[in-house]
Write a protein that binds this ligand. Sequence first.
Ligand code: THU
Length: 135
Amino acid sequence: MELVEAAREARERAYAPYSNFKVGAALRTAGGEVFCGVNVENVAYPEGTCAEAGAIAAMVMGGETRVAEVAVIADSPAPVPPCGGCRQKLAEFAGPEVKVTLATTRGETLETTVGELLPGAFGTGHLVSPSDDGA
Ligand code: THU
């Protein structure tokens, strides 16, 4: 199935009673499997989670950790880009070249990449402090 279509189907199950803004996300892994997620809001607002985070959790639970393609869909006047936190989350599992399709339920799409969404991502290389090299 086309990835935007998978995200669209997933979106139907979003739990967004507070914002009424339902989001669906779908990830295709390097192995070709598709995992989906939706936003799940909470009455304690900051505890809500984004669709991308749900899709990543489903993928990890499915035993995969490498993302080859991403799609996100919402009912919005323009394709909705992932929030800052989700950009970092995606960068953990997807290289900068990975295609991200932002879609609206009205049929509009915008293609970008993980690297365009988050240039200069914080990565594992930054965790090594100069003193760790024995100096
Ligand atoms: N949201 C997502 O799930 N993904 C995005 O990329 C943008 C925002 C959700 C969070 C919240 O439940 C609702 O959209 C409104 O911000």
